[in-house]
Design a protein around this ligand. Structure first.
Ligand SMILES: [Zn+2]
Length: 120
C-alpha cells in the first residue's frame, strides 16, 4: 500500500479511498450545505473499511485543529496587511467567520488526512 506523495495528495484532495483511490470516502452532499458530512462505512470498490476501529477518528480532531489555526493565522495576516486600518475586533470577527465557514470542509479534510496518515 506504499504510494507516492503525488498520489497521496491527489487522493486527499479528491477525498478518495486510500486503498484503491477510486471511490469517494464521503457521501455526496450539496456544496455549501451546513450538514455534518456523512462518511461511507467502507469502500464500494475494494471493501476497505474507513473507520478502522471505534474512536479511530479522535486523532483527526488534532488535524482539524491544525487546519483551523492555519486558516485563522492566514486570514489574520491577509486582513492585517491588506486592510491595515481594520480595527482589532473587526479582524477577530473576520477570523472567527472564516474558521466557522471552513468548519465542515475541515471536518472532511481532517478525516481524509488522518486516513492517509494511518491507513492500517
Ligand atoms: Zn477502495
Amino acid at each position: 500500500m506504499k504510494k507516492s506523495m503525488k498520489m497521496m495528495l491527489r487522493g486527499i484532495a479528491g477525498q478518495k479511498c486510500p486503498c484503491c483511490g477510486k471511490e469517494n470516502i464521503f457521501e455526496r452532499s450539496r456544496p455549501f450545505s451546513f450538514q455534518i458530512p456523512k462518511m461511507k462505512e467502507k469502500c464500494e470498490k475494494c471493501g476497505y473499511y474507513f473507520e478502522r476501529e471505534p474512536g479511530y477518528f479522535l486523532g483527526a480532531m488534532y488535524v482539524s485543529y491544525g487546519l483551523a489555526v492555519f486558516q485563522g493565522i492566514l486570514t489574520f495576516l491577509l486582513v492585517h496587511f491588506l486592510f491595515s486600518g481594520t480595527p482589532t475586533i473587526g479582524i477577530y470577527v473576520i477570523v472567527m467567520s472564516v474558521i466557522f465557514l471552513f468548519a465542515f470542509w475541515n471536518y472532511k479534510l481532517a478525516r481524509v488526512i488522518w486516513i492517509y496518515i494511518f491507513p492500517n
